[in-house]
Design a protein around this ligand. Structure first.
Ligand SMILES: C[S@@+](CC[C@H](N)C(=O)[O-])C[C@H]1O[C@@H](n2cnc3c(N)ncnc32)[C@H](O)[C@@H]1O
Length: 298
């Protein structure tokens, strides 16, 4: 048996055990320092960006640029600015928060995340950047927010709300902790309108800790945001600028290219027909990627 075999056997059992985990933390501990499965490099490269979203590839050709563009798209939807006290749930390793502090000048960011590895690493990065007076990242769930009503100007959820048990419980919590006139913005994965879930989709959802209760499309999503009290509800599907390039990026990494070497070229035709979406659909049926925003009335 080769020296790597026990490691892969261990990885296989860890991957299988995800079917029985109680929440998404086990999945993210397994994923490690990379958005792609089996690409965890043990945090050995201090220059490796620790993004965990699928990226917005409208102009970006490399993954770090695409992940950053996604964070900017969400920041623009939230209208982030220097007066904002922000609650950011599901912050991963906090890449987006450092960007929002430096590029958007956000006054203060409080974060909640259920994955201990993410909170520990992110807080160490906050200390290393001397940002402890402006960033407070804690272990906790977006569905049980430990802050008083009317505490924040903005609430953001970058590619994480599909995990929440349930997403609607989070809508309630976001509405409660937002100040009147405050804004909620989400980058979220949902089923494409009319899409049906097969048996394999249910297994994939279980492995990724995505509650079936969250499987409704963007139109229903907007209705539910409104039912929770939000106004000015907006939804923009960006799936053609997410999935085709991400599928190509994943293939390049599988061939051995590094994160920075993997340069994705996409034709307008591939973007227009959302190339690769059938293969992506086998991952659980979340084939729409949508930027949502909604306001708490004054
Ligand atoms: C796909 S990652 C996105 C990370 C980050 N926003 C980014 O773009 O790099 C999803 C994140 O949501 C977090 N998460 C999942 N369920 C959560 C919950 N109930 N409350 C808070 N965070 C949660 C995970 O731990 C992980 O950090």
């Amino acid at each position: 048996m080769s020296a790597t075999a026990p490691r892969s056997l261990k990885a296989f059992f860890r991957s299988f055990a995800l079917l029985f985990s109680k929440d998404a933390a086990a999945y993210y501990e397994y994923l490690g320092d990379d958005v792609l499965e089996a690409q965890h490099a043990g945090f050995e490269d201090p220059d490796k960006p620790l993004w965990l979203n699928l990226g917005y590839w409208k102009e970006a050709r490399t993954y770090p640029k695409a992940a950053e563009a996604m964070a900017c798209l969400l920041a623009d939807a939230a209208q982030l600015g220097p007066r904002d006290e922000l609650l950011d749930v599901g912050f991963g390793f906090a890449e987006q928060d450092f960007l929002w502090i430096t590029r958007y000048g956000v006054a203060r960011i409080t974060g909640l995340n259920i994955t201990p590895l993410h909170v520990e690493r992110a807080m160490a990065r906050v200390r290393a950047r001397s940002l402890s007076d402006r960033m407070d990242l804690r272990l906790g769930s977006a569905t049980d927010v430990p802050f008083a009503a009317d505490s924040f100007d903005k609430v953001t959820a970058l590619e994480c709300a599909f995990h929440f048990d349930t997403r609607e419980r989070f809508f309630d919590e976001a509405f409660r902790v937002l100040r009147p006139g405050g804004r909620l913005a989400l980058a979220d994965c949902v089923p494409f309108p009319g899409e049906k879930l097969g048996f394999l989709s249910h297994l994939a959802l279980k492995r990724w800790s995505i509650p079936v209760a969250n499987m409704y499309d963007r139109d229903e999503y907007c209705r539910r945001l409104a039912a929770h009290g939000f106004t000015n509800v907006k939804a923009q599907s960006i799936r053609n600028q997410v999935f085709p390039a991400m599928m190509k990026y994943a293939a390049l990494r599988k061939q051995g290219r590094s994160m920075h070497e993997a340069v994705v070229e996409l034709t307008p035709e591939e973007e227009a027909r959302c190339a690769g979406i059938e293969a992506w659909a086998r991952n659980g049926g979340l084939t729409d990627y949508v930027i949502f925003s909604a306001d708490k009335p004054l």
